[in-house]
Write a protein that binds this ligand. Structure first.
Ligand code: ZN
Ligand code: ZN
Length: 198
């Protein structure tokens, strides 16, 4: 699908302000409220999968454009620093300049990267100190979950369910490294399906 007009305009405004060539914008929809994005510098591309929340779409595009404008990440212990202080200095400035309140920017950005709160405090973003304190007290106050066994321990046999591999017995989806491990295993791997007790 083609990108919405506001997104194209926003991308042009940000890149013109910064005096950099704009990336291509690839826009798709996803289910759910939240959007996701990725910047592929080598391909000259910013891709957004847009959820239903318009403010979050805007923040997501600006987040990716902050990657586009940021100098390529320094490496620390062989790892790229994608979301460090320098990145957030660019990102929060863009959020503020392009229509997000600091409160919305903190709320939406910290929903994806908790570490953004720490950087926001250091950058003096309004409300960041309070948001970080609130986040910490929520963690302390969170009741420990209690778990109970929903399906007792059993060997995993996989079958396809649409695009997913699921356990025949408990229907749990098996993905990622677990899936690879189970496929490689010579002896059957066992698991238990737990559920949070209310
Ligand atoms: Zn990012
Ligand atoms: Zn199972």
């Amino acid at each position: 699908m083609s990108s919405p007009a506001w997104a194209v305009e926003l991308l042009d405004a940000v890149c013109t302000d910064a005096g950099v060539a704009p990336p291509r914008l690839l826009w798709r929809n996803r289910r759910g409220e939240h959007s996701t994005g990725v910047t592929r510098r080598g391909d000259g591309l910013v891709a957004v999968r847009a959820g239903s929340d318009l403010l979050d779409q805007r923040l997501t595009l600006l987040h990716e454009l902050a990657h586009w404008l940021s100098t390529p990440a320094r490496r620390r212990r062989g790892q790229s620093v994608h979301h460090g202080r320098q990145f957030y200095a660019v990102a929060f400035a863009l959020y503020r300049r392009h229509g997000l309140t600091d409160a919305d920017a903190l709320r939406l950005e910290s929903a994806r990267y908790r570490s953004s709160l720490r950087h926001a405090v250091a950058l003096g973003v309004t409300g960041a100190v309070e948001a970080l304190a609130a986040h910490r007290s929520t963690i302390r106050a969170r009741p420990r979950r209690r778990w109970r066994v929903l399906v007792p321990e059993h060997s995993i046999r996989l079958e396809r369910d649409g695009r997913w591999a699921v356990c025949v017995t408990c229907r749990q989806r098996v993905v990622g490294i677990n899936l690879a491990r189970i496929r490689r295993a010579h002896r059957p791997v066992r698991h238990v399906l737990m559920t949070a007790a209310s």
